[in-house]
Ligand binder design. Structure first.
Ligand code: ADP
Length: 239
């Protein structure tokens, strides 16, 4: 479903992502794991077509992200690291605004789609509230709700539980698992929280210093290194 081949991104002299390749099959939930500054957000921004790569290719469902950005964007729901919400809109206004951008219909159809994603993300009871006045946890969930508009096949979630309290973390993880288990979505979830990966992902792709340090199922990786994921992560991140 997602193919990243020989992807490199340079910011002037600084190489943020260096010749990385990996693929994600339809229906998989992959944890994109790495310490801060490893290159996770850069990779995700390129993957969703928000930023050009220096070299390499990315395809979603066989379609090149750089050549056909509009077509691939339709297949992707993206929750960036900082949810792109407008503080002066209500939750309903904001979701309807994104719905119009994503051509999720008009009138009653749009209203129904807003209510569907709001219910999925657990923000249906705060639809009339101004985003400015809702907690960070709810803003994150509103960000997740906008990513779910039009039921995209691919979900790219950049640190989806950052800044949430333990109960909200549990709820968001449960939602990610439900979305993954529905078999209709392919999910890449970036995080530096190991328990999150363990709780939600089938497989991990670990990135350190802009390079792929591991790509395996968690249990296979632990067996191969004869160590828990926490220890493997520290070793690979420091290497
Ligand atoms: P992560 O998401 O894993 O924390 P990032 O992809 O944000 O990592 O960053 C990877 C590296 O690229 C870091 O060293 C970061 O400082 C650098 N970087 C990220 N964005 C920019 C930018 N716009 N300009 C210059 N350097 C950047």
């Amino acid at each position: 479903m997602i193919e990243i081949k020989n992807l490199t991104k340079r910011y002037r002299e600084h190489v943020a992502v260096s010749d990385i390749s990996f693929s994600v099959k339809k229906g998989e939930i992959v944890g994109f794991l790495g310490p801060n500054g490893a290159g996770k957000s850069t990779t995700m921004r390129i993957l969703v077509g928000c930023m050009p790569a220096t070299s390499g290719t990315v395809t979603v469902d066989g379609i090149d992200v750089f050549d056909s950005p509009l077509e691939t964007k339709k297949k992707i729901g993206y929750l960036p690291e900082i949810p792109p919400v407008y503080l002066d809109m209500t939750v309903r206004e904001y979701l309807a605004f994104v719905g119009r951008l994503k051509k999720a219909g008009r009138g009653r159809a749009l209203k129904a789609e807003v209510e569907r994603v709001a219910t999925l993300a657990g923000v249906d009871h705060i639809l009339p509230r101004l985003i400015r006045n809702v907690s960070k946890g709810y803003r994150q969930r509103v960000g997740l709700a906008q990513a779910l508009i039009n039921d995209p096949e691919v979900l790219i979630l950049d640190e989806p539980t950052v800044g949430l309290d333990p109960i909200q973390i549990e709820q968001v993880r449960k939602l990610i698992l439900e979305l993954g288990n529905s078999g209709r979505h392919t999910i890449i979830l970036s995080t530096h929280i190991l328990s999150e990966v363990k709780a939600t992902c089938d497989r991990i792709v670990m990135i350190a210093h802009g390079k792929i340090a591991a790509d395996a199922k968690i249990e296979d990786l632990e067996r191969e290194h004869d160590a828990p994921l926490e220890q493997i992560f520290t070793q690979l991140a420091m290497a």
